[in-house]
Structures are given as C-alpha cells and as structure tokens.
Design a protein around this ligand. Structure first.
Ligand code: HEC
Length: 287
C-alpha cells in the first residue's frame, strides 16, 4: 500500500470516528468480562489472527494492536464501525481478505456480551457484588477490569412481600481477601488480593439507609472511612440491581495500595489505574 493511500485512509478514519461518537457513557466501557473472554478465546482470536494481525501486530501503535483480550476490548466500538464501513475506511482494507458475515457477527456478539449484565445464578447467591476498575493512560480507550467477591455476608429483609423491600435495613460485609477476577491463570486475582487489598482494611461494609424504586442510599465503610453512596435501582421480576460509582478512591486513602499494585503489575496498566470504580450489586430472591 502506498503511503499516500495510508494517509488518506487514516484521514478518512479520523473523520469517520469523529462523526460517530454518540454512544451512552454506559456502553463506552463495557465490562462483562467472564463470558466475553470465552468468545474471544474460542472464536474471535482466530479471526483476528488470520485477518487483522498481519497489520495490527507489534509494529502497530499500542492502541490498535489487537493481540489480546484487553486491547481488542478497548477498541471494540471502533472495530465494529470499521468492519461495517461502506467506504475506504473499511477493515480489512480494500484488496485484503474480506470478513464473512459470520465473522462480522462474532465481533458483534463480543460487543453485545460485554454490554450485557453479568448472569447471576440466583440459586447460588442472593447478593452478588460486581466491581469494575479502569486501566490505561488514555480515557477514551481505557479498559475495565471487572471482578467480584466470593465471600459476602449479608442480611436482607427476607420478610419482604415486594422484592424491592428486601432492601429495608439490609446490610453487607465483604471480605476483600475473597476478591475474584475470574482470570484463567489466577494471576490478576492474586495480584489484586496480595498487592492491593492487603494494604487496605480487610472488610468493606455497607448498610442501606433509605431506598425507593429509583435509588438507594448506602452507608459505605471502606478502608475504615465512611461515606454515603447513592445507587441507581433497577427492579426486575425477582431481582434488584443497584448501580453506583465510587468517584475517587483517593477519598478512601488507597495511595499505598495503589503504589504496591503498581509495583507488581504497573507495566500491564501503562502505569495508570483510574481512581473511579463502578459497582453493581445484584440482589435476588432464593425460592
Ligand atoms: C493490510 C493491512 C491491514 C489489515 C489486514 C487490517 N487493517 Fe485495520 N488498519 C490498517 C491501517 C494501515 C490502519 C490505519 C489507517 C486507518 O485508520 O485506516 C488501520 C486502522 C484500523 C482501525 C482504526 C484504528 C484506530 O486506532 O483508530 C481499526 C479499528 C482497524 N484497523 C480494525 C481492523 C480489523 C478489525 C481488522 C481485521 C478484521 C483489520 N483492521 C485488518 C491496516 C490493516
């Protein structure tokens, strides 16, 4: 490919991207990792290997090197636009091997699954916490790393008639050493447990102060520091979903934990961990 053509394609790419940024912030950083990882390992990585990596390999700029789950995830909205482009912006570029309809669908499935709510096994647990932290220098392509805690002790208002009233005086204690990132090798889980949570108070507690169909106010104690947090409430048949965000972990004095984690795996984060954490709590009735 000539340089001129590359530059042209590049300019069209920029134009195209600017014209298309209209997603809700919710969807900009999708993070249902566990299931998406399966699609990546079993289907998507093969397609990337055969049709993209000849160009998007280690010669590429960091953010367009689609050789890992994280890099692909961080670029997926952009990738979907480019594989569906109807002009010169199309990927793979004109003249290269084209993607089949089925292969395109795999990219779409990957995004859809990332955007879906984690599937909660109501039998196994009544109250499940999901958190998402963010890494990489550039806000627009930062990547969410999500996980849960396996050991949570909670009291729900089990006499409630309406599902929402499970929240009446509900409280929870989380053992942070039970953090679980659902990574195959368990390396991330170990790092976050021994290089991050080990440097904070060992439990996080929460108590519902008030709630209605729209929001719940929770008194949170993290690293021994108290703060009230407002969660958005969504009700489904037998399930309540609370969504909230800790805007700045700095408030909870995470500095030492942050430094220790950076020592262990900073190089995998471009030495950047964002101070905000998304939290989802799923509460469901056990029949
Ligand atoms: C023959 C080489 C080649 C192949 C094969 C190729 N690309 Fe590209 N791609 C490029 C070049 C060069 C650019 C930078 C210029 C541009 O944006 O068009 C690019 C840019 C992109 C961008 C925009 C990057 C950004 O940071 O804005 C995306 C997304 C993309 N490609 C996705 C893909 C996907 C997905 C595949 C495989 C299905 C693929 N490409 C296959 C050469 C290739």
């Amino acid at each position: 490919m000539s340089n001129y053509r590359l530059i042209l394609i590049y300019l069209i790419g920029i134009f195209f991207n600017i014209g298309c940024v209209s997603e809700s912030s919710d969807k900009l950083f999708p993070s249902n990792d566990a299931e998406a990882r399966v699609i990546f390992d079993e289907q998507l990585s093969t397609i990337l290997n055969t049709k993209c990596l000849s160009c998007h390999n280690f010669h590429s700029e960091g953010s367009s090197r689609y050789d890992s789950f994280d890099k692909t995830k961080s670029a997926i909205s952009n990738i979907i636009k480019r594989i569906n482009a109807t002009d010169n912006a199309i990927m793979p570029p004109l003249g290269e091997a084209v993607l089949t309809t089925v292969e395109k669908q795999v990219f779409e499935n990957f995004l859809n699954i990332l955007n879906s709510e984690p599937d909660v096994n109501a039998e196994a647990s009544k109250c499940t916490i999901f958190w998402t932290a963010y890494k990489y220098q550039n806000f627009d392509t930062r990547v969410g790393v999500s996980g849960t805690f396996d050991e949570v002790f909670y009291n729900l208002n089990n006499n409630a008639e309406k599902t929402i009233d499970l929240l009446a005086n509900a409280n929870i204690i989380i053992n942070t050493a039970s953090v679980n990132i659902d990574d195959k090798e368990g390396v991330r889980t170990t790092n976050v447990k021994s290089a991050f949570f080990a440097f904070l108070e060992p439990t996080i507690t929460g108590k519902v102060i008030e709630y209605n169909e729209k929001e719940a106010v929770v008194a949170l104690s993290l690293n021994g520091i108290n703060k009230q947090m407002v969660f958005e409430v969504t009700e489904k048949a037998d399930q309540i979903l609370l969504k909230g965000k800790i805007e700045d972990l700095g408030f909870f004095k995470w500095d030492q934990a942050f430094d220790e984690l950076n020592k262990v795996c900073g190089e995998f984060h471009e030495n950047k961990l964002w101070p905000d954490i998304d939290i989802k709590v799923s509460i469901s009735r056990k029949e």
